[in-house]
Ligand binder design. Structure first.
Ligand code: PHE
Ligand code: ZN
Length: 882
């Protein structure tokens, strides 16, 4: 299949803009079907740019141009050319500065792409990142054109009593005909992608925050009327974020107000528009009745993330979209650190690594692999990826590991000081760290430039006579699309030598590599690191704290892993040792099954599970995470090729049952002991207790009487975490049982009027393992609470089915893929971004067995062969097939 490839944007083609727009004055006359936008731009031609150089502004979408004037005079028709994509002005004044006035008309009510100005539940809102502003007005819609915005919004007061934009409120008042207006001014120059406007009828909760220099900031969170009480957790998270950023990064908020608006139709999680963050309501609204502990944790993290962008993204922004990780990787790192400080550091780290492995590793190992800082793209919307965000964050974490926390903070300070108000690059970012540390980070920088997950093959040996311990390390980076040859990377590998007493041996390397503060700096292909004076053979603890986002192939015996799983002083590595044992057991079970044999569990692994469950020296959240078996997709990823998802499922179930049987008494009594008492609290410790109890329920529900146990758990639940956990067990393990039917019906009845909770109901059913789920998803798509136009509904049902249901989606006859392709083609007509997201579900199709591969290819080809595909979908599908 070869269609035309469309425009490719290349990093090396970057050129600064010939024109700048130091000031932007926007007037919006809002109405659902015909909104008028007047953009008055003060334009400045850069010095040395020839006055005959045309000014080319970007446009997009169904927007009608009704007037263009320069310095107050309407332009003659021959002096400009307008298309959907651009407005080119060929006759300009010879003066370097002039005013350009552009009037456009839009129909926000018709905008289903959810980019630009649209209506969500009757509320006008905008989404401009990455290139949505050009759907509102013709503009130099690129992040290196920074402008000071003044925005006047006019609307019917009855329809939109609330009028918000970026910056500080300046003025408001009445207009004839029941209309009113408000004026906002944002003194901080910003790129157009950070522009935002909200107008509608919303409820609000207010609070305030006094910054470290004593300024009072008015805080507002706007939600649908009647949902105000669900916004208090978000407000609390916001205040904690503001305080934390002052304490940990010295970053103070800079406007008089900070507003957050929750909308129900949103393509992503949330958006960091200056002073006016717009959120998917899923990441704002929460109480114990409707939100799980995972929801609370996500809200806390995303509120923090968007707030932290104020410095990393807004005050210092990206020069171009190739630099997306400059703001995203760094801001994810900051929100990770925030959550680690608010909750449990070890638990947070383990959860991060699980997420990275589940989402970024497959991306890096498949056809959609790209560097953290890509050099090419066809559609920037498709680069809001786990690689840019999650791996981008790991790279920043490694900078801290390499430099040490103190020097890292100095580097951040220098970065803020040097680049405040600028649009910069990854090179600028790295330079700040080179300058404070005096180190050369050029080899390290490959983490930004080179795609693929590096592998470290590690072996070790102990020579008792010489009392020497030697670690042999070999690095390799697998080829990725369009990068067949890789350069050697600088990999900071944290490690420990654990002595027979369980304590770390303090050892100095005598030769082989730079070893600093428990970190081996792997820079060459091969290292042989030699330690002398080692009295007894130690167990080698590797990649402590997950210091580098690599895969390890270590020749480590089970005895060492068992030892580390009980004794490693690094909690992450301790978890990893147990997880490796589980993964090995699961893969072994899979192989036995394929060979027609019965899977078995080593009794000592079953006992270790019980020991960890009951180890009160460990946090409950940690124990819960440890006992959560690697998912089917994790197992498949580690198997690597020729995957039979049905066998993976069966193997996993068999191991889970074996662990449950081995620990029946212990798990049951612990389950009873953990019964919650007292008032609900979403704090980490209480959430950890619930998590552990719910993991135990997972195991116990596999045994006799499991459905009954899960149903009583369901009925006894006093919060959504427990209720959803029980419903999941019933639907997934006891599918079709009277108990499952009863619970699903009860849940549906109770929450029919709450779309966000109904999403959980859709999601749980989309995840039911087995071939019949394709049909139930089809049926659920006709449920009155479902809609393909709302991204949250779509993600809950079709997103979950295609990316989190291995046996259902990968049904051997290809029926899952057919449903997926049909839905994508339907969605893409309205919302190309959502369609492209869904399309990434087949990114690992080449690791399936040949029969499934053929079916997957058929589905991909069917999409590719469809006429008039959006750039978003075409890009994903063609790269996936390439
Ligand atoms: N910049 C947003 C964030 O991470 C994500 C986003 C991208 C939202 C594009 C909307 C559109 O934090
Ligand atoms: Zn972000």
């Amino acid at each position: 299949m070869r269609t035309d490839i469309g425009q490719v944007f290349k990093l090396e083609d970057y050129r600064p803009s010939d024109y700048l727009i130091p000031e932007t004055v926007l007037t919006f006359r809002l109405s659902p079907e015909n909104t008028i936008v007047v953009a008055r731009l003060s334009v400045e031609r850069r010095e040395a740019v020839d006055p005959s150089t045309p000014l080319v502004l970007a446009g997009d979408g169904p927007m009608r141009l009704t007037r263009v004037a320069v310095d107050g005079r309407p332009l003659a028709e021959q002096d400009y050319a307008a298309t959907q994509e651009s407005l080119t002005i060929t006759r300009l004044p010879s003066a370097r500065r002039f005013t350009l006035e552009i009037e456009t008309q839009l129909a926000p009510a018709q905008n289903e792409a959810l980019m630009g100005l649209y209506r969500s539940n009757g509320v006008y809102c905008t989404q401009c990142e990455a290139e949505g502003f050009r759907r509102i007005a013709y503009f130099l819609d690129r992040p290196d054109v920074l402008s000071v915005y003044t925005v006047r919004i006019e609307a019917l007061r009855s329809d939109a009593p609330l009028l918000l934009s970026n910056g500080n409120p300046v003025e408001s008042g009445d207009l004839p005909g029941g209309r009113h207006y408000a004026i906002w001014h944002d003194p901080f120059p910003k790129p157009s992608y950070l522009f935002a406007l909200v107008a509608g009828d919303l409820g609000v909760i207010r609070d305030s925050f006094v910054t470290m220099s004593g300024r009072t900031v008015e805080l507002g969170i706007y939600v649908e009327h009647g949902k105000e009480r669900l916004a208090h957790y978000a407000m609390d998270a916001l205040k904690r974020s503001m305080k934390w950023d002052e304490e940990v990064f010295g970053c103070e908020y800079d406007l008089d107000v900070f507003n957050i608006v929750a909308v129900s139709d949103f393509n992503m999680g949330a958006m960091e528009n200056k002073g006016l963050n717009i959120f998917n309501d899923k990441y704002v609204l929460a109480d114990q009745e409707t939100a799980t502990d995972a929801d609370f944790a996500n809200i806390e993290a995303i509120i923090a993330h968007e707030y932290f962008h104020n410095w990393t993204g807004n005050r210092i922004t990206c020069r171009d979209w190739f630099q997306l990780c400059l703001k995203e990787g760094l801001t994810v790192f900051r929100d990770h650190e925030f959550s680690a400080d608010q909750r449990s550091r070890a638990v947070k780290r383990i959860a991060e690594v699980r997420t990275l492995r589940a989402h970024q590793f497959p991306e890096d190992q498949g056809p959609l692999a790209h560097p953290v800082r890509p050099r090419r793209y066809r559609e920037i919307n498709n680069f809001y990826t786990a690689t840019v965000y999650e791996k981008g964050s790991e790279v920043v974490r490694m900078i801290r590991t390499v430099l040490g926390a103190e020097t890292f903070r100095q580097g951040m300070d220098l970065y803020f000081l040097r680049h405040d108000g600028q649009a910069v690059t990854i090179e600028d970012f790295l330079k700040a760290f080179e300058d404070v540390s005096g180190r050369d980070l050029s080899q390290f920088a490959l983490w930004y430039h080179q795609a693929g997950t590096p592998n470290l093959a590690v072996s070790s040996s102990y020579d008792a006579a010489a009392r020497e311990f030697v670690i042999d390390i070999e690095q390799s980076v697998p080829p990725t699309p369009s990068e067949s040859r890789k350069r050697l990377m600088h990999i900071p590998l944290a490690f420990g030598l654990v002595g027979p007493d369980g304590k770390d041996i303090v050892a100095t390397a005598v030769e082989g590599a730079t070893v600093e503060g428990g970190v081996i700096h792997v820079r060459k292909r091969q290292h042989s690191v030699r330690f002398s004076g080692i009295e007894a053979r130690p167990a080698l603890s590797l990649n402590r704290g997950f210091s580098a986002p690599v895969t390890l192939s270590a020749t480590q015996g089970d005895d060492d892993l068992f030892f580390l799983a009980s004794h490693d002083s690094d909690e992450y590595a301790r978890w990893q040792a147990f997880n490796t044992l589980l993964t090995d057991a699961l893969i072994n079970a899979y192989r036995l099954l394929l060979g027609g044999k019965t899977p078995v569990l080593a009794p000592r692994l079953g006992r270790l599970a019980g020991k960890i469950a009951g180890d009160t020296s460990l946090e409950e959240a940690y124990r819960a995470l440890a006992l959560t078996l690697p998912g089917e997709a994790d197992i498949a990823r580690d198997i690597g090729k020729n995957i039979d998802p049905d066998a993976v499922f069966t193997a996993r179930r068999a191991i889970a049952v074996a662990i449950a049987r081995e620990n029946k008494e212990m798990f049951s009594s612990l389950y009873r002991d953990l019964h919650a008492e007292g008032a609900f609290s979403p704090d980490a410790a209480s959430a950890g207790r619930r998590a552990l109890r719910n993991v135990l329920l997972d195991f116990l529900s596999l045994l006799d009487g499991g459905a009954g146990l899960a149903l009583s758990h369901f009925h006894a639940a006093t919060n959504m975490t427990d209720r959803a956990a029980a419903l999941t067990v019933l639907a997934h393990v006891h599918h079709g049982s009277p108990q499952a039917v009863e619970a699903l019906a009860a849940f549906e009845k109770r929450y029919a009027a709450d779309p966000l909770v109904m999403d959980k109901w859709f999601q749980i059913q989309a995840g039911v393992p087995g071939p019949q789920t394709v049909e139930s998803v089809r049926a659920l798509m006709r449920h009155p609470a479902f809609s393909t136009t709302n991204p949250n509904r779509l993600r809950a049902l079709v997103g979950t089915f295609s990316s989190a249901n291995q046996t259902g989606f990968h049904r051997a006859d290809g029926e899952g893929y057919r449903l997926w392709a049909e839905t994508i083609l339907e969605v893409e007509k309205r919302n190309p971004q959502m369609a492209a997201r869904l399309a990434t579900a087949l990114r690992s199709w080449r690791s399936l067995d040949p029969q499934r591969q053929a079916k997957a290819r058929e589905a991909l080809l069917r999409i590719a062969a469809t006429g008039n595909l959006s750039a978003d979908l075409k890009d994903i599908v063609e790269r996936t097939l390439a």
